[in-house]
Every structure is written in structure tokens, then in C-alpha cells.
Design a protein around this ligand. Structure first.
Ligand SMILES: Cc1cc2nc3c(=O)[nH]c(=O)nc-3n(C[C@H](O)[C@H](O)[C@H](O)COP(=O)(O)O)c2cc1C
Length: 293
């Protein structure tokens, strides 16, 4: 299917965009109006856009239903400060409750059962229960349209971060597994980022990878190796050469057993290399593949 966005209704646009542009981190924004009324609401149109200066942006939209604006948006226009509290799994049901459209004078801290903790640089309070809080000043509010569903970019500079000691080790380093971050997807779907779904991809550093276009044709056109496998192989910095000291019993067996059937041999070597790549053993996988060439 091809969808032209201009032919979709606002709820349809939202539906497809939010399912596909996901998961989105959640900004749990604490704001305040001139009269001192506090507001607390979640926004998943949110991300980090710059480290220096440290800039995050979230977007309270105009309501699709009646084109009215949200209290958080009105507040940052009155008092250009916000505390962005980061949402973890332990908070998610209360966060969802706080997104109800309570009247402006209602403080969602009370409604959703969170504790106000004074911020140190800005007027809106922090959420005590949140393990990471960003004290921000609002640099600019940029409306993206005037119709229902139009976002309003709230461009924030992070002045101070509060990170719970439990998330830091003795060297002040963070363990991603400990954050239990929650993110929003389409409709009612959320996800939690924990040990079961985290994985690492080694960062290509200053050295260039040789690239998939440099792989032997038989490897590039393999019916067994996946795009991820080829990505790992193409990420080495130098084209590997056969290492005579590489000792791999299973590889030797394949070569002996299938010596009369080159196609079968290639298939078996690719299967073996694939298993090695899935264990992160790129050097070994290369040796297996070079043996078949
Ligand atoms: C997890 C979550 C994420 C949300 N993300 C957004 C968003 O990015 N933009 C938006 O306008 N509304 C979003 N909402 C809905 C607002 O939180 C909701 O409209 C809220 O009532 C706004 O509160 P306010 O009028 O007090 O600012 C989200 C709701 C939830 C539960």
C-alpha cells in the first residue's frame, strides 16, 4: 500500500505515523502558569536533538477533536520553564492517568499520585518518583500549524540533570539495563527497555568499514547470510586474510565431508559462519567464509 498523507483524515495520519515512528521516549512535563498552577502531562513527541547546546524538544499538539490547545503549551508560553521527568516502567500506569484531560486548575501530581519535589533552577516542580529529571528553560515555542493535530515544538535547553544514584556506578557511568525506560508506540502500545530486549551493535569508530560491496560475491549473494550478517562482515576495517593458525574442527569437517559437492560445502560454511556471527565472532566467521572461497 502507498498512503498519501494529504488523502488521510487526521486520526488516520496519526494512526499510521504513530505505529511506525516508534518507540518514542516519553517526556513527563511539569509546567506552571503565571498564577502558580502546576501541570503534569506526558508527551511522546519528544527527543534529544543536540548535546552542545543540550536541546530537547517535545510537542503538545492542538487537539484533533476541537482544535483547542493543551495546558502544558499554554503554561510554557506564560512561564518558559519545564521539568522533563523521564518515565520508567514503575511509573507508567500513573503517567497514563495523568494524561486525562483534567481542568486547568487541577494538579495532575495529586490526581496521578506523584510527589512534588522543588526544582533548583526553575519554578515547575520535579516528580520525586522519577529517577531522571531535566531542569530546562524554554528557548522557543514553534507552532507547526493552525489546524487540529498540529504540533507545537517546545524547544528546551537542559540546564541541570538529576540522575538517581542507583543508576550510577562508582565511576558515575550508567548501565542501560537499569533504567527500565518506557516508550510509546501506536494506539495503546508501549514497550519497556530491559535486559530481554536490549542488544549491542559495536559502533563503527574512526576507522572505515570495508563495506558490503567489498565482500566476495558468493557471500554478498548468500541465501543464508542475512543483511545483519553482511553488515557485521562489512564492518571490519581491513579485508581479512586466511589465518593458517585458525583452528576450527567443525569447519574442517565441513571441508572434508563436502569436498565433492562445492555447493553443499558453501551452504554448510555459510550456516556455520552465520552461527559464529550471531555469537559476535566476526573474525572467526571471516575465516570460515575465506576457507570456502
Ligand atoms: C504516553 C503518552 C504520550 C502522549 N504524548 C502526547 C504528545 O506527544 N503530544 C500531545 O499533544 N499529547 C500527548 N499525549 C496526550 C496528552 O498527555 C494529553 O492530551 C494531556 O491531557 C495533555 O495535558 P495538558 O492539557 O494538561 O497539557 C500523550 C499521552 C500519553 C499517555
Amino acid at each position: 500500500m502507498i498512503f498519501d498523507l494529504q488523502n488521510l483524515s487526521t486520526p488516520e495520519k496519526q494512526y499510521y505515523l504513530q505505529h511506525c515512528i516508534a518507540p518514542r521516549p516519553i517526556c513527563f512535563a511539569s509546567t506552571i502558569d503565571k498564577a502558580g498552577n502546576v501541570n503534569l502531562s506526558p508527551f511522546s513527541f519528544f527527543n534529544l536533538f543536540s548535546s552542545n547546546p543540550p536541546i530537547v524538544v517535545f510537542s503538545p499538539s492542538r487537539r484533533g477533536r476541537d482544535n483547542t490547545t493543551k495546558h502544558s503549551y499554554q503554561n510554557v508560553l506564560e512561564v518558559p520553564e519545564v521539568v522533563i521527568n523521564i518515565v520508567d516502567y514503575d511509573m507508567v500506569q500513573q503517567v497514563s492517568l495523568s494524561s486525562c484531560e483534567f481542568p486547568k486548575e487541577v494538579n495532575e501530581f495529586s490526581k496521578a499520585g506523584f510527589t512534588e519535589e522543588p526544582a533548583t533552577l526553575v519554578k515547575p516542580p520535579m516528580v520525586k518518583e522519577s529517577k531522571v529529571k531535566l531542569e530546562c528553560k524554554v528557548l522557543e515555542v514553534k507552532p507547526l500549524g493552525t489546524e487540529g493535530g498540529a504540533g507545537n515544538l517546545v524547544i528546551c535547553e537542559v540546564m541541570r540533570m538529576h540522575i538517581d544514584d542507583s543508576l550510577l556506578d562508582a565511576n558515575k557511568k550508567m548501565d542501560q539495563r537499569k533504567l527500565n525506560l518506557v516508550a510509546r508506540l501506536g494506539g495503546d502500545w508501549y514497550c519497556v527497555v530491559n535486559e530481554n530486549n536490549l542488544f549491542q551493535v559495536e559502533k563503527p569508530n574512526t576507522q572505515l568499514g570495508i563495506g558490503i560491496d567489498a565482500l566476495p560475491l558468493s557471500v554478498r549473494n548468500s541465501k543464508i547470510l542475512s543483511g545483519n550478517n553482511l553488515g557485521q562482515l562489512g564492518n571490519v576495517h581491513e579485508y581479512p586474510i586466511i589465518d593458517p593458525a585458525y583452528d576450527d574442527g567443525h569447519m574442517k569437517q565441513i571441508i572434508q565431508y563436502f569436498s565433492v559437492s562445492p555447493d553443499e560445502m558453501e551452504k554448510e560454511l555459510h550456516l556455520h559462519a552465520k552461527k559464529l556471527l550471531e555469537l559476535g565472532k566476526v573474525r572467526e566467521a571471516w575465516q570460515v567464509l575465506l576457507a570456502g572461497n
